[in-house]
Ligand binder design. Sequence first.
Ligand SMILES: C[S@@+](CC[C@H](N)C(=O)[O-])C[C@H]1O[C@@H](n2cnc3c(N)ncnc32)[C@H](O)[C@@H]1O
Length: 213
Amino acid sequence: MARQRRIRHHVNPLGEKYAEPRAQRLSVPAHLGPHAQCDVELGCADAQFSFELARAHPDRLVVGLEIRERVAIWGQRLADAQALANLRIAYCNMNVDLDRVLAPQSVNRFHLLFPDPWFKPKHHKRRVIEAPLLAVLHSRLRAGGELHVASDVYEVALEVMAEIDGDPCSGFTNLSGPWRFCRDNPYGARSRREDTTHERGQRVWRLRWRVCE
Ligand SMILES: C[S@@+](CC[C@H](N)C(=O)[O-])C[C@H]1O[C@@H](n2cnc3c(N)ncnc32)[C@H](O)[C@@H]1O
């Protein structure tokens, strides 16, 4: 009997295996054309949010990016099986090769939903969003584009807020006002982790920014 390989729940994005840039440039489905709006979910796991968004907006390109390659392959197969021609799920280590995957000024909205916090003491100094990643996100967003971050860990959300709202040169404007969280989810789609956070009766700490004109 063939042995099933286990899908890991966590990988170390700093590990050697993921340090080499190797993600492929995203190919935009021809039927959408180059000017279609584009939403990108970073660290999508089962991509529930991306699937819901793609179903609700067939005219948009929706992209789920995930570091666990087998999870990304599984997600793309599911999108194909459901004939969601506007949904792409692909491998990407967002800290290493996001700029290879996405063309400059090609994205309308980035969604970073429930990112893994850095638990190991030796990684404590590392933030979920650091200046190099923020610079790539900024360069890939179109004029008026949005960055949407949500977390169930208050400290993580606060760190992201400090990284962006605490830097007057970040190039982003908080849509709820400086140093403020956003109460509601205006996107009409929810990630798996958002559902479980609500089921546990916990709060989602949501932040939304727009690129400065
Ligand atoms: C806690 S899960 C959240 C999944 C989903 N966004 C949700 O809200 O249900 C975080 C996901 O980010 C992925 N991830 C962690 N670091 C990553 C990186 N550097 N690049 C891409 N994905 C990453 C993990 O593999 C995991 O699937």
